[in-house]
Design a protein around this ligand. Structure first.
Ligand SMILES: CC(C)(COP(=O)(O)OP(=O)(O)OC[C@H]1O[C@@H](n2cnc3c(N)ncnc32)[C@H](O)[C@@H]1OP(=O)(O)O)[C@@H](O)C(=O)NCCC(=O)NCCS
Length: 275
């Protein structure tokens, strides 16, 4: 049976996050241990996924690997980091506001995914807002370096109403605005990597992790986003298909609708059992 994503998000403690160890020997050792574990516990986790991705991409992304990145669901505690990251990555008219992060991470944070590093030595713009990895080492922070922010909609593509959020003071919010729990289309509102960490494969790792976990937990039929023309080939590389010009006027318009249909859920997992 597909696992409920909220339960998965709960399981994703930072202490359980993948430790993408530095040397190839250490990684191989970790992979061997995980392979052994799978023979008794056939249950794919984000940790498994991240190490599998590491194995697939090893060798080509050493600059990324220096960061020991790991992916994890987002929650309201990440609002400040996400706001900061957005300020770094987007021009003002295309940014997701703090108010939108507050709404989205409160109502459906488990749909959104961050890519973090616990490297605390360098001056990462989001470091100030980062929370300690665990109380035993308060100087070791979980620093956000990229995020995918998502909600669900009942529409087949992203609309301006899906991108809007109800006013927090509104006692009778318009039900057509914002996240729809019953929707089967996941809307990606933002994919962003801190500028100084771009072009190291982090955006690709994040998007692949996002799609893999969305697909394996059977929470939607498709993923939709709006993109400017120059990024369409990038999204096509993940299987998104252009549906033509978008009606969205967000940020001044000029967007294309892109949609990726997901494989039906509840399929046998790659390890032989049903998840
Ligand atoms: C788009 C983005 C998330 C990619 O993250 P990343 O970690 O740099 O991506 P990867 O290293 O995995 O892949 C790099 C590829 O992204 C694509 N890409 C990134 N920026 C691009 C741009 N401005 N124009 C065209 N292609 C671009 C290219 O295909 C690039 O491959 P190349 O290096 O061979 O040219 C990142 O550039 C970013 O945060 N940009 C600013 C915010 C944004 O525009 N987000 C998307 C709209 S919501």
């Amino acid at each position: 049976m597909p696992r409920d994503l909220k339960a998965v998000a709960k399981e994703d403690g930072l202490q359980g996050a993948p430790q993408l160890t530095k040397s190839p020997e250490a990684v191989e050792g970790q992979l061997r241990n995980m392979d052994e574990d799978r023979s008794t516990a056939m249950d794919a986790t984000d940790e498994d996924d991240a190490v599998e991705r590491y194995r697939a991409e090893a060798g080509s992304t050493s600059k990324r690997d220096e960061l020991h990145p790991y992916t994890q669901s987002l929650s309201p505690k990440d609002v400040e980091s996400c706001t900061r990251l957005e300020e770094e990555a987007f021009p003002p008219h295309e940014r997701c506001t703090r108010e939108k992060f507050q709404y989205r991470l409160k109502h459906c944070g488990e749909l959104s995914l961050g890519i973090f590093t616990s490297h605390s030595e360098n001056q990462i713009p989001t470091a100030e807002a980062a929370a300690p990895v665990y109380s035993g080492a308060p100087d070791r922070k979980a620093v956000l370096i990229g995020h995918i922010i998502a909600t669900k909609t009942t529409n087949p593509t992203v609309t301006d109403k899906d991108m809007a959020v109800p006013s927090p003071d509104d006692s009778k919010p318009d039900p057509s605005i914002g996240h729809k729990e019953e929707g089967r289309t996941i809307c990606i509102h933002s994919l962003a990597v801190l500028p100084e960490y771009q072009k190291r494969g982090l955006g690709t790792t994040l998007m692949k992790a996002f799609l893999q976990r969305t697909e394996s937990h059977d929470i939607a039929d498709r993923v939709a986003l709006i993109a400017h023309e120059h990024l369409m080939p990038y999204y096509e590389s993940f299987g998104f298909v252009s549906k033509g010009e978008s009606e969205c006027k967000f940020g001044g318009g000029g967007w294309y609708d892109m949609v990726k249909d997901l494989e039906p859920g509840d399929k046998p997992s790659q390890y032989g059992g049903a998840e």
